[in-house]
Design a protein around this ligand. Structure first.
Ligand SMILES: Cc1cc2nc3c(=O)[nH]c(=O)nc-3n(C[C@H](O)[C@H](O)[C@H](O)COP(=O)(O)OP(=O)(O)OC[C@H]3O[C@@H](n4cnc5c(N)ncnc54)[C@H](O)[C@@H]3O)c2cc1C
Length: 433
């Protein structure tokens, strides 16, 4: 293959204490936590708003912040949730008014005194002896360089670590990941009339050719107060979210498939006669991507054992939710059994998240937070929901602030980290000082 050698000298546009890549749930929590610890923070976000999948991706709801007894995602995440006018009592999903959520994120980041820019993407990472020396970002003004003492990867896909040559895993043993979904906004649903499961008529729809591909797993709609509903409908199989061509094909098929689903709901259900597709997301709803190899791999036995760790930075409880990997009936049965029965807690139960699962093995001065932390596949399918990402983001930001002086994330006291997290509101019932 022909090759191009590319070399360029860049001035550092920003020199800061903490650099955060990606401003989704994890990135916002990380940046705000570090700023509240008195550090200078620069946050680079690839899209035009904060919130990641919860805003640009039109994901329709916050998963529960609590285990039925305790608020697990307390602190910055819970503060954000409380600012939403729709915030329902705990133990429930919170349907998102996405425009409102964007403004809440804008205000939260701005009020924390964080430097940030939208439309700013990490493209390269310069590393020497396991230490990140700087990052190269793509912006509308061209390439810029940023230098920090500590770098936090909150890109969801682990871009910063991967572009720096860090170790990671992706998907199952063959590298296959859960299929993404192109989330959507709908109007015209009469929610009082909608009592049937969303997949009730799929077999008939496959026979009638109304649905041209066999997807038996339809998570469905979340209804707002104002006749607008958010849709989590349709799996886009065989899509690797780290391949731009597959992402492109996924977007195109996602948009087409929404027309099929519009016909499906109108034809077989009551309450959907006035259904109208208002919008699809501008990015694909990626459930699973790279998992960064960290000092500890949080694993399914930790879920089963309700593990407690000495270096715990939080606890969480969402069930293991590995969506269907293909269109087979048996695969849908596997999903239903696992999600509905086996790997699910009773009220008051949770697993611990150790600080070590946020420390990439490949670097001295980097941390990772959000859906790409150091886990096995099953645990990724639990921690990936937004409250889980707020917990790990808040911890990574706090740890980064403590690590600035020595520029080494392994040289902080975990007790001091836990004390600082408790001040922010984190749920850490197993810490004794
Ligand atoms: C279809 C679907 C439905 C879901 N449903 C729910 C639900 O109902 N409730 C729930 O709580 N969770 C749900 N989830 C999970 C949840 O939305 C995500 O896992 C969560 O938002 C991940 O947060 P994050 O901050 O780790 O990453 P993201 O939300 O992906 O945010 C990453 C951010 O980084 C930016 N970025 C990416 N690459 C770069 C780069 N190279 N440089 C700079 N910026 C970059 C992105 O633009 C984005 O803003 C769902 C997920 C999907 C896909």
């Amino acid at each position: 293959m022909d090759k191009m050698i590319y070399q360029k000298e860049l001035d550092y546009k920003y020199i800061t204490d903490v650099f955060v890549a990606g401003g989704g749930a994890a990135g916002v929590a990380a940046a705000v936590a570090a700023a509240r610890m008195g550090k200078e923070v620069y946050l680079a976000e690839a899209s035009g708003c904060f919130g990641g999948l919860g805003t640009s991706g039109l994901v329709p709801a916050f998963a529960p912040f609590d285990d039925g007894v305790n608020i697990l995602a307390d602190g910055i995440g819970y503060e954000i949730r409380k600012k939403l006018k729709n915030a329902v009592p705990l133990r429930n999903w919170t349907t998102l008014d996405i425009e409102e959520l964007k403004r809440v994120y804008d205000d939260t980041v701005t009020e924390a005194g964080i430097k940030f820019s939208f439309f700013t993407t990490v493209y390269d990472v310069i590393v020497k002896n396991n230490k990140i020396e700087g990052v190269v970002l793509g912006t509308k003004s061209g390439l810029i360089a940023v230098k920090a003492k500590i770098y936090i990867d909150c890109t969801g896909d682990g871009d910063l670590c991967a572009f720096g040559g860090g170790e990671y895993k992706k998907g199952d043993s063959d590298g296959n990941v859960m299929p993404p979904t192109l989330c959507s906004i709908w109007s015209g649903i009469n929610k009082e009339e909608c009592n049937e499961p969303w997949n009730k008529h799929v077999e008939q729809a496959f026979k009638d050719g109304v649905l041209s591909f066999e997807d038996r797993h339809i998570p469905g709609f979340f209804h707002g107060n104002d006749k607008i509903s958010g849709g989590n409908i349709g799996h886009i199989f065989n899509t690797d979210p780290t391949d731009e061509n597959q992402l492109t094909d996924g977007m195109i098929w996602g948009r087409k498939s929404m027309v099929e689903f519009e016909n499906y709901f109108k034809k077989y259900f009551t309450g959907y006669q006035n259904l109208r597709l208002v919008s699809t997301a501008s990015i694909l709803g990626v459930r699973e991507s790279r998992r960064i190899k960290c000092d500890y791999t949080l694993n399914v036995n930790d879920f089963i054992n309700r593990s407690v760790f000495e270096d715990e930075i939080g606890r969480y409880c969402y069930p293991v939710d590995i969506h269907v990997m293909n269109t087979d009936k048996e695969e849908y049965e596997r999903f239903s059994k696992e999600y509905i029965t086996s790997l699910r807690y009773k009220n008051g139960e949770s697993y611990g998240i150790p600080y070590r699962s946020l420390i990439p093995v490949s670097f001295k001065n980097a941390l990772v937070a959000g859906r790409c932390i150091g886990t096995d596949r099953q645990m990724q399918a639990s921690i990936r929901v937004m409250p889980g990402c707020f917990i790990t983001g808040q911890a990574a930001g706090t740890a980064a602030a403590l690590a600035c002086e020595k520029e080494d994330v392994r040289k902080i006291s975990t007790k001091e980290l836990q004390k600082s997290l408790i001040t922010l509101g984190a749920y850490l019932p197993n810490c004794s000082f």
